[in-house]
Design a binder for this molecule. Structure first.
Ligand SMILES: *Cc1c(COP(=O)(O)O)cnc(C)c1O
Length: 370
């Protein structure tokens, strides 16, 4: 196969059957999360030639639709796959922006290295978002707390059942309008402590954003739901005491003296862009930020002696979610009702304000997409 040099020029083939403005309006009136997709997708292919040299080629925008794949494609058997998640926000003047995409591009490449997939030049990653959002810009909602969720991913498409890194790979981006995650009101959630299942182990894929980690978390998620919880908290599987993260969100603790604590990145924990941004905004407010080991015992003790005031989870999809209760098989750790201002909510407002253009972006975190 001939390999076109990869410009950051995306060939465009537009949909002949896009949703009508009425259909789109009906979806945007109540988008939910991850239910509906825009009219187009961005694609870039990767092939290793007979000399063993790999290259990206055929960057394009094409109509959204099913992917034709050989049933032997390695992603279907060995799960060689990675993904990212970020949001596009419409600002008051109609322009569309995204938040720290270079951090997602860098993380995508770290995930790629761990899953033995090819790295994608960060400028191609960012250009793919711009190209897709430009053709589908009418899909970016403008209601409060609404956004267009962007899902870049990379899959091994080579038809080969032997076990080695695939020589044919496809990078794609799809986009899904996302409503206000909590329908306006933000109630503290209950989370379930997973003691029967781990999501990561030392040397595993815990800090890669890959589908396999999510597949491995589903049984724990079912256990959580059976216990009346929406989310799962995973512990360090080597000692079973230290807190790591939720299935798809990082965790923070706020102490009475104004200290924010989050588990240190130990190779098992996903490097959340929201986590990193929360630490920066907390430091800007003069709060002490500690990345360190924190155990369930410390959590229990700090609640007992009244020094722990807030617990919250954070990630792109839900931004910041207060945690009201940790349910375990031997009882519950309940975060007391807050007296005074919530640090979690103040940082949440500020972060959302920056993303939507209402608060000044002092850190240069925004990139215009369209
Ligand atoms: C994506 C993800 C997060 C959150 O990362 P953000 O960059 O803040 O969206 C946290 N934990 C896991 C396991 C994730 O996959």
């Amino acid at each position: 196969m001939t390999q076109n040099a990869l410009g950051v020029d995306f060939a465009k083939r537009l949909s002949e059957t896009p949703k009508t403005p009425q259909e789109r309006a009906a979806i945007l009136a109540n988008p939910g999360f991850g239910n509906h997709f825009t009219d187009h997708t961005a694609v870039v292919d990767y092939t290793v030639d007979s000399e063993g040299k790999g290259g990206w080629h055929d960057a394009r925008i094409e109509p959204y639709g099913p992917i034709a794949m050989d049933p032997a494609a390695s992603v279907l058997h060995y799960g060689q796959e990675i993904f990212e998640g970020l949001k596009a926000y419409r600002h008051a003047d109609g322009s569309v922006w995204t938040f720290r995409p270079e951090a997602n591009a860098a993380r995508f490449n770290r995930s790629a290295r761990r899953l033995a997939l090819p790295e994608l030049p960060p400028e191609v990653f960012i250009e793919s978002l711009k190209q897709l959002v430009s053709v589908d810009r009418d899909w970016v909602p403008d209601g409060e707390g609404e956004s267009l969720y962007l899902r870049p991913f990379m899959i091994a498409t080579e038809a080969f059942l032997g076990v080695r890194p695939a020589r044919e790979v496809s990078y794609r981006v799809i986009a899904s309008p996302a409503g206000n995650y909590f329908g306006g009101e933000l109630k503290p959630v209950s989370i379930w402590l997973s003691e029967n299942y781990a999501r990561a182990g030392h040397g595993g894929t815990g800090e890669a954003k890959c589908g396999g980690n999510y597949a491995a978390s589903l049984a724990a998620q079912l256990e959580a739901e059976a216990n009346g919880c929406k989310q799962v908290l995973f512990l360090d599987p080597t000692d079973g005491f230290a807190v790591e993260e939720l299935g798809g969100m990082n965790i923070f603790f706020v102490f009475k003296d104004g200290t924010l604590v989050t588990p240190a990145l130990n190779g098992n924990i996903l490097h959340g862009v929201t986590r990193d941004s929360v630490m920066q905004l907390a430091a800007d407010r003069g709060l002490a930020v500690q990345e360190r080991r924190i155990t369930i015992d410390e959590w229990r003790q700090a609640l007992a002696d009244g020094t722990l005031t807030e617990v919250f989870a954070c990630g792109t999809a839900a931004v910041i979610t207060p945690i009201g209760e940790l349910k375990t098989k031997d009882g519950s750790l309940v975060t007391p009702t807050l007296e005074g201002e919530s640090v979690a909510m103040a940082i949440r407002e500020q972060l959302l304000g920056i993303q939507t253009g209402a608060v000044e972006d002092l850190h240069g975190w925004l990139t215009q997409l369209a």
